[in-house]
Design a protein around this ligand. Structure first.
Ligand SMILES: *[C@@H]1O[C@H](CO)[C@@H](O)[C@H](O)[C@H]1NC(C)=O
Ligand SMILES: *[C@@H]1O[C@H](CO)[C@@H](O)[C@H](O)[C@H]1NC(C)=O
Length: 351
């Protein structure tokens, strides 16, 4: 009997070591897709960062383990210190030109926002230079900012798992349908080619903001609600590939545009924003449609994690957004939250 018990103990111990090792490393090595959340703060009725981060770690017990913040607000970074949340941090559009201006400027930004907080136990995943800054007045500074930040990071210990990148919207695509014809728009083609090539070289993903909702409301005659809500009964065909939802079709249009540039299927991307509003433009916006979209999306990312074109994409998606933000443009833009300001869910999604 005793012999038996001991024989069973050894492998169990080994398994526990493996489980613990995986628990420690899992959040930064996403293998089969995952869903995180965007934490925007354009409102005057939101709780403090400390209260929000406490909610995610204690009340929600890390059911959401990936978060993206738009600025590099020090109160948020303080609140994140010592937690196991994995964070994507933004260089705000207003700070891009500064970071691009010199290596010293980038070094200082990295010291103040990254190195200081790595020491305080913040786990960074991506540094995102701007949000939808291309096209725009600082678009031509984005690549230089990425280069400078990459230089700063590679000279410091403990930063090898942090990727520098930028986030773009479907505005950078000139063609997005059929997905295989995806390509960057002429007005940004030069900038996007250079950025895509550089990200490919350093192994960083491009961050993309993907909204089937906005595609639907701009062309309701051509796109069906079912297709936008992951409920199409029949696929739309693109050559050999079959698309059962608009989300995959939009992601694969970005894949096609990037593959065209790097001449290889080996491209990486992360969906830094996607979501559905609960109000503001009926009948498309509604709590029910938002519930369906975000739940199906989450399930798609976590259980499938692929698109028709890319079996190795490991879909990593960040749902927009944590809260309704009342300083955003009136209408649907204020109504993407999945939690009310008092931290109750708008509809079942995260529990
Ligand atoms: C892109 O890179 C090429 C080659 O380095 C350079 O000549 C061109 O100016 C760059 N374009 C932009 C818009 O940055
Ligand atoms: C939270 O806020 C929502 C929306 O204002 C409200 O319906 C709900 O009753 C509140 N819940 C609690 C527990 O206060």
């Amino acid at each position: 009997m005793l012999g038996n018990v001991q024989m069973r103990m050894a492998p169990l111990t080994t398994i526990w070591v493996l489980v613990l090792a995986m628990a420690v490393f899992q959040p930064s090595m996403i293998l089969s897709g995952d869903a995180g959340i965007n934490y925007g703060r354009n409102g005057d009725n939101l709780l403090s960062p400390k209260q929000v981060i406490n909610f995610l770690t204690k009340d929600l017990n890390y059911r959401i383990s990936l978060i993206r913040v738009y600025d590099a607000n020090l109160d948020i970074l303080e609140a994140l210190s010592g937690t196991n949340l994995v964070v994507t941090i933004g260089v705000p559009n207003e700070a891009i030109s500064y970071v691009a201006s010199s290596q010293e400027a980038a070094d200082k930004w990295v010291q103040d926002h990254i190195i200081t907080y790595i020491r305080k136990g913040v786990r960074f995943r991506y540094i995102c230079v701007g949000n939808e800054a291309i096209p725009g007045v600082v678009a031509s500074d984005v690549l230089q900012a990425i280069l400078n930040l990459q230089n700063s990071l590679r000279q410091r210990a403990g930063t090898q798992d942090i990727y520098v990148t930028t986030a773009v919207s479907a505005n950078v695509l000139g063609v997005s349908f059929p997905p295989s014809q995806g390509q960057f728009a002429p007005n940004v083609a030069d900038i996007m080619s250079n950025i895509t090539l550089y990200l490919h070289r350093i192994g960083s993903p491009l961050l993309i903001n993907v909204y089937p909702y906005f595609a639907l409301v701009s062309e309701p005659g051509r796109i069906s609600l079912d297709y936008a809500l992951f409920q199409a009964p029949r696929p739309i065909k693109d050559g050999e590939l079959e698309y059962y939802n608009l989300f995959d079709a939009m992601v694969d249009a970005f894949v096609a545009a990037m593959v065209r540039v790097v001449q290889s299927e080996d491209v990486k991307l992360v969906v830094s924003e996607t979501g559905w509003p609960t109000a503001g433009r009926e009948p498309y916006s509604s709590i029910e449609n938002a519930r369906i979209y975000n739940n199906k999306l989450r399930e798609h990312a976590i259980t499938r994690g692929t698109t028709p074109r890319k079996a190795d994409i490991n879909l990593e998606v960040y749902i927009f957004s944590m809260f309704n933000e009342n300083f955003k443009q009136a209408g649907e833009q204020q109504n993407f939250g999945t939690f009310y300001p008092n931290l109750t869910q708008v509809y079942p999604l995260w529990y």
